[in-house]
Design a binder for this molecule. Structure first.
Ligand code: SAM
Length: 305
């Protein structure tokens, strides 16, 4: 097996030009014969899940077990998962490495005949930077594909024993992040989602700024009693849940000392309110097939779940 740190050669393609090139004809060049869960040739970009190794998908686990080289997202991926499923592989953290280092490392190992796996935290489609690596690798002739994972919002809702969508309470879910170095004030939509009332707002990458985020919501006139729950390290052994409101949660999180690795969930779905019985389990089975159906009524199949 080659040593990826020592053997990484110069990248042939500038990663930025690969991203630019992928932009316009992305939909045309993406394979349409691929289904999530398939294991085609190439480097899989796998969602490692929120932390608990048991929440890695079966496909993800099998691919990790076959890997020679696993490039992972550092402390966001549980070391127990690496120990359990990647024991035969060389593991390399991507923390502190830029595209110019990561791309040749993975390409060279792949071209040397090694089985290479890229592990991202949660699901790679949510606040990950998988696509730019995939586009750069593909530009260099290395095929890539996604293997989905469990995003941390889903682990947090399981911890809280709630649903992010809840009949009569929350009809929508927003995955968002607060303004900061990456997001400008104009791009921050937390206040708009909260104002809608029937949205469960899941804030990623905002643990360090809970007080500031809540202060902005108060300044924007949101109800101070709106429920807010912060789930730190959902599914990890040191998981913690802090409950409060827009008015109280900032102080509580600061007292706990969490600055990263937590999900902030705003909305009635994490509060103590009741909810409505679903239409699905409220007599569907005993109704005639056409009874009560109109064009804007869910079919039994659509309502199922
Ligand atoms: C770079 S984003 C990656 C998100 C990841 N792709 C996902 O689907 O969960 C990192 C943020 O995800 C959230 N996060 C990741 N793992 C978490 C966990 N186990 N519990 C709570 N929040 C988590 C935190 O908000 C953290 O700041």
């Amino acid at each position: 097996m080659s040593n990826p740190d020592e053997n990484a050669s110069e990248t042939v393609t500038d990663p930025q030009s690969a991203i630019d090139a992928a932009g316009e004809d992305r939909r045309e060049t993406r394979p349409s014969d691929f289904t999530a869960g398939d294991t085609p040739d190439g480097i899989p970009f796998i969602g490692a899940g929120p932390g608990d190794p048991g929440l890695l998908t079966v496909t993800g686990r099998e691919l990790c077990e076959q890997a020679d080289l696993v490039v992972h997202a550092g402390s966001l991926v549980n070391s127990e998962l690496l120990a359990a499923y990647c024991e035969d592989a060389k593991t390399v953290s991507s923390i502190g490495k830029d595209l110019e280092e990561l791309i040749p490392m993975m390409r060279d190992a792949y071209e040397a005949g090694e089985t290479v796996v890229r592990l991202h935290s949660g699901d790679p489609a949510i606040y990950g930077a998988a696509l730019e690596q995939m586009d750069a690798l593909e530009e260099e002739g290395v095929p890539t594909y996604f293997v989905p994972g469990v995003t941390s919002a889903f682990a947090a809702s399981a911890t809280l024993r709630t649903q992010l969508t809840l009949n009569g309470v929350a009809n929508h879910v927003a995955f968002t992040r607060p303004q900061g170095e990456t997001l400008s004030e104009a791009e921050d939509h937390v206040a708009e989602f909260v104002e809608m009332g029937d949205v469960t707002t899941c804030i990623y990458l905002g643990t360090h700024a809970v007080s500031e985020t809540m202060d902005r919501l108060l300044a924007d006139g949101r109800d101070p009693d709106t429920p807010v729950t912060v789930v730190y390290h959902a599914s990890w052994p040191d998981e913690d849940v802090i409950e409060g409101t827009i008015e109280t949660i900032g102080e509580k999180v600061e007292a706990a000392g969490y600055r990263a690795s937590a999900l902030v969930i705003i909305g009635e779905a994490v509060g103590d309110t009741g909810y409505d019985r679903s239409y699905l389990y409220d007599g569907w089975a005993s109704r005639g097939e056409t009874d009560g159906q109109s064009e804007d009524t869910e079919s039994p199949q659509e309502a199922d779940d």
